[in-house]
Design a protein around this ligand. Structure first.
Ligand code: ADP
Ligand code: MG
Length: 702
């Protein structure tokens, strides 16, 4: 359904128009303030004119079919008026009032009624329960708030919000960016976030898209739109709320329990190159950074200050936020100190006070770090307020001049940073903007924004060509019902995909167990295996490090007794005699399926504490080249896998290979796979081995 008439109407009818203060009057006045040149049609049987415009008694009396009808009326009256709008051929509607689907069943019925009318007529609809749409470049608005001064409002940020108040918040400070479109989408009865997103991707006025999201209504379309935005080099900045709410579903594996909705959504955004932010401060800073003529092409930031104290504060904050502030190299330090005098610390932040000759030292510091290929962005930290009660007059514009001269000689982006978010000198901000430079605010928010855009500009990791091995028939067969596949069968399936698994034999009797143990060589492990038993230890069905036939026999009768104690004893229950892998670091890897976004892979330290410490890495499938290595590096497992207390380092490469193999396996069986748990995998100095495995078959949907 086209939404042009909704976002860029050439004529606006307002049902419920009146001279009294309120949304209808705001819209009419705002259209005037923006210089709207199209037709304005107030509709209200009570008046001849509204704000000097001819007022029509009914929508059916309009002289033409309007592009958009704004409904500034109470919810019980809406369906009848929507009918009239359809009858008059309106192409779009904006409905402000609440009391629809957000308010239980009656409201939902009312909403379904108007949505049905609109869809049938091919009429785009914003709301209900929304604040409308503001389009400064097109000089048109159906937004509820009054535009008082349209100057400087138009810009390149497309904002889509499922909350009207977030539109208010974002529009309340337009000093550093302007708006190409602002949408308060409300309940999205007909036209949805993804429709606006698709529109903005193609909108030439829009350079960056900011979204405030409570619900993703069409996951597949949403993901496709993110990909298209990435291809168009338009960053989509996403602030998602309501992430603690979680749909309960049946979960067998540990991985299934770990991969909660919010973590998966973050990974989805990463995989599809959206920029995630946690709050409106961060969002604002990212939008500001995107206004620069140049964007950082990497993560390394050099922060230049004249204060040792600030340098320490910034370093503490940046380190805690995981930002990359590369220290000066020894050559850079020598070159810096040649002019500046002694440089404290490791030179990032770069305290350029030195001998106190600011006018020389600051530009010199900048030119030193500018040459470093580890530095993608240069930030000068200087606080200036509005009102100039305190400070050196003229300093603001001197800073702008200095920065723009440095920037001219460089291909890297330069920023001016105030240490507190949102605090800036308006004259300075304007001058910076005119020079193509950007003011950022707050060390965490501002530097974090540079980091986010820098990562965006690095682009995705290269795609991997998956190994195309034959699919497992056993798994496809198990998919007939949602079925757990026991350790022994799971390992056979996985080893077909190149995963290294323990040597083992499935046996039924003690006699067979002893023969198997002799073949494998003691010490061995004895376990019970059955599709009905997902977790063995909690039932006392694992005996490790059995060194003799005697120990094996005792373990056998113990496990056999426990199986007999189960009611009923699982009919497929058997025993597994397995090599005992004495050494190695226990890690886990697993697959789970998000109901909306598909398969995800998790990795972390093994053991039962994973659910408690939640220290694990997550990626959407398929993995890209380098994902596995990054996953291993970003969890606490990384430290454990290094050389610890004389123990040799674990073979991280073979562990990475294992994760890639798991990814390939899962991709190849995506339609019949629900969950996989490899817990533990033992990471050894040479190679690694899957010690326990569990697969849950399941159809892709449902
Ligand atoms: P569960 O079904 O309870 O997860 P596992 O097969 O993972 O059972 O065994 C529980 C624990 O016993 C493992 O986490 C591991 O520490 C140890 N273990 C199991 N098999 C072996 C083995 N072959 N070699 C060494 N340790 C093992
Ligand atoms: Mg296990």
């Amino acid at each position: 359904m086209p939404i042009e008439a909704l976002v860029k109407p050439r004529s606006v009818a307002i049902v419920g128009a009146t001279d009294r203060a309120g949304p209808a009057r705001s819209v009419i006045e705002s259209l005037g303030a923006l210089g709207f040149t199209g037709a304005i049609y107030p509709v209200n049987p009570k008046y001849q004119t509204v704000l000097n415009h001819v007022c029509y008694p009914s929508l059916t009396d309009l002289p033409e079919a309007p592009d958009v009808v704004v409904f500034s009326i109470r919810n019980p009256l809406v369906p009848e008026q929507v009918r009239l709008a359809v009858k008059r051929g309106a192409r779009a509607a904006v409905i402000y009032d609440s009391g629809f689907a957000e308010l239980g069943e009656d409201g939902a019925r009312l909403q379904a009624e108007i949505a049905g009318l609109a869809r049938e007529a091919g009429m785009a609809m914003c709301g209900p329960n929304c604040m409308g749409i503001l389009n400064p470049p097109a000089r048109v608005t159906t937004y509820k708030q009054t535009v008082m001064n349209a100057a400087g409002m138009a810009g390149n940020v497309g904002l889509i919000s499922q909350s009207g108040s977030v539109c208010i918040a974002m529009l309340s400070d337009l000093r550093r960016f302007g708006i190409s479109l602002s949408v308060s989408a409300g309940n999205e009865a007909v036209t949805r976030m993804v429709d606006y997103l698709e529109y903005l991707i193609d909108d030439p006025a829009t350079k960056v898209i900011a979204t405030f999201t409570e619900t993703v209504r069409e996951p597949e379309r949403y993901v496709a739109a993110l990909d298209r935005a990435a291809d168009a080099a338009k960053p989509v900045v996403v602030l998602k709320v309501g992430r603690t709410e979680r749909t309960q579903r049946a979960i067998t594996s540990h991985t299934g329990g770990l991969a909660g909705e919010s973590r998966v959504f973050s990974e989805l955004l990463r995989a599809h190159r959206a920029i995630e932010v946690d709050d409106l401060d961060q969002m604002t800073e990212v939008l500001a950074v995107c206004q620069g003529e140049r964007w950082p092409r990497g993560r390394g930031i050099s922060v230049i200050t004249g204060s040792g104290g600030l340098a320490e504060l910034i370093l503490d904050n940046a380190t805690a936020a995981g930002l990359d502030l590369p220290p000066l190299s020894s050559d850079e330090r020598v070159e810096g100190e040649r002019v500046i005098g002694r440089i404290t610390g490791d030179g990032n932040p770069f305290d350029a006070w030195g001998n106190g000759n600011y006018a020389v030292n600051l530009p010199h510091a900048m030119s030193v770090v500018d040459k470093s290929d580890r530095i993608a962005a240069i930030v000068y930290c200087s606080d200036t307020g509005n009102g100039e009660q305190i400070g050196h007059p003229g300093r603001e514009l001197e800073n702008v001049k200095m920065l723009s001269e440095q920037a001219k000689a460089s291909s890297k982006p330069y920023y001016l940073m105030s240490t507190r978010p949102g605090l800036m000198n308006n004259v300075q901000a304007k001058a910076l903007r005119e020079a193509g430079l950007v003011q950022i605010g707050g060390t965490r928010q501002g530097l974090g924004a540079i980091d986010r855009v820098g990562r965006y500009m690095l682009g995705p990791l290269p795609a991997r060509a998956p190994k195309n091995l034959p699919r497992s028939d056993a798994l496809a067969a198990a998919n007939a019902g949602r079925r757990t596949i026991n350790e022994f069968d799971a390992k056979r399936i996985l080893s077909g995909y190149g995963l290294p698994v323990t040597r083992e034999q499935r046996v039924g009797t003690l006699c067979e167990a002893v023969a198997a143990a002799r073949a494998l060589k003691f010490p061995v492990v004895l376990k019970a295996v059955s599709d009905a038993i997902a977790h063995k230890t909690e039932l006392g069905l694992v005996a490790v490090n059995l060194k003799t036939e005697d120990e094996l026999a005792r373990a056998f009768s113990r496990l056999d007794e426990r199986l007999n104690g189960m009611s009923p004893r699982p009919p497929d229950a058997a025993f597994l005699v397995q090599e005992f892998v004495a050494d190695g670091v226990e890690v886990f890897a697993g697959i789970s399926r998000d109901p909306d976004f598909g398969l995800v892979l998790a990795f972390g330290l093994g053991g039962t504490v994973i659910e408690l410490n939640r220290d694990f890495a997550l990626r959407m499938l398929p993995l890209r080249e380098g994902d596995a290595e990054q996953m291993i590096a970003e969890t606490r497992a990384a430290a454990m896998l290094g050389p610890v207390r004389g123990r040799p380092a674990a073979d991280v490469n073979s562990l990475a290979a294992c994760l890639y193999a798991l990814s390939d396996f899962a991709q190849a069986h995506a339609d019949v796979l629900a969950e996989v748990d490899l817990n533990p995998i033992k990471a050894l100095p040479h190679g690694c081995v899957v010690v326990d495995a569990l697969i849950v078959a399941g159809p892709a949907k449902g």
